[in-house]
Design a binder for this molecule. Structure first.
Ligand code: ATP
Ligand code: FE
Ligand code: MG
Length: 336
């Protein structure tokens, strides 16, 4: 089906046109330069910017795809989780379009969208597979049993991986968003310069915790400041990144062993991280397990992933009513 998808859960206004897994347009109006001035996303500004941008981005997507509104089989939209005001902008725009065009409306879980980025990336990928979701607000190990059928094997008990990157970037004086800044700084650093704690060593579960490593970095920065030493930003960034990547790879390998899955996928903004991609690929190929990783533009927030997930829900007949509302803390459960 030909689907127009709207994603406004955080700081990217994105509209895509997809035909199933095929992306005809994936327009992204990023608010990153504005939020960078404040060192992070300011929710009120995000809502306002989405409102200003959404009509123009819809038109741009239609133009790029070379189709008209009348050609669409459905409208998909992220309805949670995310910032409530930001989500509401997209949900309202999607409902208006669905009503005016008398075409089906599909509500998509943002994380289900991140997972579906892998279907866009690899047209051959079919469930079951294991997916490590690493984004700004989530760190999930998910068994994807079928389209829309998920089983959570592990999750973070405190900070998400992306959140830890963003907070560490802040104390190191690196610009928002922190992930790309830390990755860039880490390239010139020694990953063994500092030894930061890894959570849950020796424990028998698949959960994550990143607040310990984050606090260890903050303490180290404070200690160095007190001694008036110059901050070894590259070494701190490299050592932090190494600790996080190591934990993510270790738990993923353990989940592979437990689930006996032969295929792994990565999803979410942190999946754009080169160190994680390289380490995961090496660790999994040593076990004969295949890895799918979305292109970086499909890792961070985008409409194409929402459209692809939406197309599957539409095919399954999972249609939302025009009373669809934004749900800021929507849980990832089996959708249909
Ligand atoms: P969620 O998807 O959980 O609702 P979100 O939508 O804000 O959160 P994403 O857009 O999926 O998160 O990803 C953004 C996060 O990814 C930020 O925390 C950002 O720092 C991180 N990130 C982006 N690129 C990289 C990178 N190259 N290395 C590490 N982290 C990265
Ligand atoms: Fe996201
Ligand atoms: Mg983002």
């Amino acid at each position: 089906p030909l689907v127009l998808a709207i994603e406004t859960s955080c700081d990217e206004t994105s509209v895509a046109v997809v035909r199933g897994r095929e992306v005809l347009a994936n327009e992204i109006a990023s608010q990153i330069p504005i939020h960078r001035l404040f060192g992070g996303v300011v929710p009120e500004i995000a809502s306002r910017k989405h409102l200003e941008a959404v009509d123009g981005v819809v038109n741009a997507a239609l133009e790029t795809a070379g189709i008209g509104l009348g050609d669409l089989d459905g409208i998909a939209v992220t309805y949670g989780p995310g910032l409530v005001g930001a989500l509401l902008t997209g949900v309202t725009a999607a409902k208006a379009l669905a009503f005016a065009l008398d075409t089906p409306l599909v509500g998509v879980h943002h994380i289900e969208g991140h997972i579906a980025a892998n279907y866009v990336q690899d047209p051959e990928l079919i469930p079951p597979f294991l997916c490590l979701v690493v984004s700004g607000g989530h760190t999930h190990l998910v068994k994807v049993l079928d389209y829309g059928v998920y089983e959570l094997m592990g999750r973070t008990r405190d900070d998400a991986a992306g959140e830890a990157f963003d907070k560490v970037a802040r104390v190191l004086g690196l610009p928002y968003p922190g992930g790309p800044s830390v990755e860039q700084a880490a390239r010139a650093g020694n990953a063994k310069a500092f030894s930061f704690p890894r959570a849950f060593r020796g424990e028998d579960h698949l959960d994550f915790s990143f607040s310990g490593v984050k606090t260890a970095v903050i303490n180290e920065v404070n200690r160095l400041h007190q001694k008036d030493n110059p901050l070894p930003v590259a070494d701190l960034a490299a050592s932090f990144q190494e600790t996080v990547v190591d934990t993510l790879v270790r738990n993923t390998l353990r989940a592979v062993d437990r689930s006996r899955m032969k295929r792994v996928a990565l999803a979410g903004g942190v999946a754009a991280n080169g160190a994680l991609r390289a380490r995961m690929k090496a660790a999994l190929s040593a076990k004969g397990v295949q890895l799918t990783v979305p292109a970086p533009i499909l890792c961070t927030d985008n409409g194409a992933m929402i459209g692809c997930a939406g197309a599957y829900k539409l095919k399954a007949g999972n249609i939302a009513g025009l009373d669809l509302n934004a749900v800021p803390s929507l849980e990832l459960v089996t959708q249909y």
